[in-house]
Design a protein around this ligand. Structure first.
Ligand SMILES: *[C@@H]1O[C@H](CO)[C@@H](O)[C@H](O)[C@H]1NC(C)=O
Ligand SMILES: *[C@@H]1O[C@H](CO)[C@@H](O)[C@H](O)[C@H]1NC(C)=O
Ligand SMILES: *[C@@H]1O[C@H](CO)[C@@H](O)[C@H](O)[C@H]1NC(C)=O
Ligand SMILES: *[C@@H]1O[C@H](CO)[C@@H](O)[C@H](O)[C@H]1NC(C)=O
Ligand SMILES: *[C@@H]1O[C@H](CO)[C@@H](O)[C@H](O)[C@H]1NC(C)=O
Ligand SMILES: *[C@@H]1O[C@H](CO)[C@@H](O)[C@H](O)[C@H]1NC(C)=O
Length: 405
């Protein structure tokens, strides 16, 4: 499995400060303007009288904003479920969300080695990634919330008016709703006194239970609830303060601070990759697996066998509990990086010695694949199958059910 990961595609997520260009090059920005040809967003659900659903096109980036908004929008103003937050599935959901985003970025930019960077916010006193080289400086004197020297000053946010769409019986339609808002450090310090410290992170990592009843924001002694930020990193008990992951959102005092709109700010990505790296470290330290997720009793969408909303193709929460290297990525921080530091170079050197064999087996493998392809094609032609759509574009629902009638 190790060799497979290496030979296919393996990326290492590194600090944003180390790789500023990775975050802000024209390649990455392409995703904000290029319409996603595979997915569109749902604007109006199918009506009870049989009216058809209405969809809209959106950019690659805005499809992710919409997904995050859709998972967290609460029907009737904060009474409905949140499929991605305040529950056991918070970490696996965001793990696969980032993975989908990383792969999309690789595809849009045509650079398969591209990895999502992270912002290590431990012990930070300010927003270190808020510079014009990275995600945009903030100047009190300027009206624009992100400094005009930043390429992100031109970005339009979307899906920020949850209550307004809900009152019209609609979902976010992906329309521009103004510039990115961010005023790091000007938040209400009473509710969130500081950014998380190294001690806070260590306290989380030492927690042995992934999650405990009631598997939501009221769980005491739960690693997930602590890292999500509803508990006190001094004692693990639920807290009225925003801590850990939540504290970083609140600190930004802008688009990042409300759940539905937070993915509009590219800092969302580097914040969540770092949160995911802590999750990864915890999986490694506690030998975690899908059995750490509750099989039942959590909010709908957060149980082990529940499908993650609104992922398509379908994926279960359990799958998001797998270690990062299963998905072909790792972090250059944490104890488990030792694994890669030790194994990867030795693997590379043995691969170098073995290159004639690798090339040889590649050629033989290709020949076998071609032969198998030929056979499969013939069989399919015999059966009269004419569908040439790539797997990725295949609808999971039969055609008849697609209009929800
Ligand atoms: C069906 O319901 C939708 C709202 O759900 C409404 O906008 C539309 O006018 C209705 N159509 C008919 C034919 O009644
Ligand atoms: C989305 O864009 C495609 C290609 O430009 C177009 O065919 C389609 O009608 C658009 N869909 C909507 C809902 O605007
Ligand atoms: C920004 O912080 C102020 C308090 O300092 C608060 O009143 C306001 O709601 C915050 N804005 C956002 C978008 O979080
Ligand atoms: C880690 O947790 C154990 C109990 O599970 C406790 O005895 C120990 O003091 C903790 N260590 C730290 C550094 O918090
Ligand atoms: C969590 O602990 C607090 C005390 O810090 C207690 O009031 C609360 O009932 C506990 N919650 C649960 C779900 O046990
Ligand atoms: C949290 O806030 C609630 C309601 O304001 C209050 O009843 C409770 O005592 C507070 N808990 C703590 C630990 O401060």
């Amino acid at each position: 499995m190790l060799l497979q990961a290496v030979l296919l595609l393996f990326v290492v997520r590194r600090s944003a400060a180390q790789f500023p260009r990775q975050c802000t090059t024209a390649q990455s920005l392409l995703q904000k303007v290029t319409i996603n040809p595979t997915y569109c967003i749902l604007v109006t659900p199918p009506g009870p009288n049989g009216s058809l659903p209405v969809f809209a096109n959106a950019s690659y980036y805005d499809v992710f904003v919409w997904m995050h908004y859709f998972a967290s929008q609460r029907k009737d103003d904060s009474t409905g479920p949140d499929y991605a937050h305040e529950g056991a599935g918070f970490l696996p959901w965001h793990r696969l969300f980032l993975l989908a985003w990383e792969r999309t970025l690789q595809r849009v930019s045509g650079d398969l080695t591209l990895s999502l960077p992270y912002w290590d916010w431990r012990d930070a006193e300010n927003c270190q990634v808020c510079t014009d080289d990275l995600f945009g400086a903030y100047q009190l004197s300027e009206l624009g919330p992100v400094s005009s020297g930043s390429i992100f000053a031109a970005w339009q946010i979307t899906c920020t008016r949850d209550a307004e769409y809900a009152s019209q019986g609609m979902f976010c339609a992906g329309k521009g709703e103004g510039p990115l808002e961010r005023r790091p450090g000007t938040h209400d310090r009473f509710h969130s006194p500081q950014l998380p410290s190294s001690e806070d992170v260590n306290y989380c990592l030492n927690m042995s239970e992934y999650d405990v009843f009631p598997f939501d924001r009221h769980a005491n002694g739960s690693f997930r609830n602590l890292l999500e930020g509803f508990a006190d990193p001094q004692n693990g008990h639920t807290s009225n303060f925003s801590t850990m992951h939540n504290a970083v959102h609140i600190f930004m005092n802008g688009s990042m601070s409300s759940v539905g709109s937070s993915a509009n700010d590219p800092i969302f990505i580097v914040h969540h990759t770092f949160t995911d790296s802590i999750f990864e470290e915890w999986i490694f330290l506690h030998n975690a697996n899908e059995m750490d997720l509750p099989s039942q009793g959590a909010t709908v969408g957060h149980n082990r066998e529940d499908f993650m909303v609104p992922f398509f193709p379908l994926v279960r929460q359990a799958e998001g509990m797998l270690p990062a290297n299963t998905f072909g990525y790792s972090y250059d921080i944490g104890d488990n990086q030792l694994f890669w530091d030790i194994f990867f170079p030795s693997l590379l050197s043995s691969a170098q010695q073995a290159w004639p064999w690798i090339i040889c087996s590649f050629i033989i493998g290709a020949a076998i694949s071609l032969a198998v392809c030929g056979i499969v094609k013939r069989v399919f032609h015999k059966n009269g199958a004419k569908n040439n759509t790539p797997d990725e574009l295949q609808p999971l629902l039969p055609k008849k059910e697609q209009s929800y009638q």
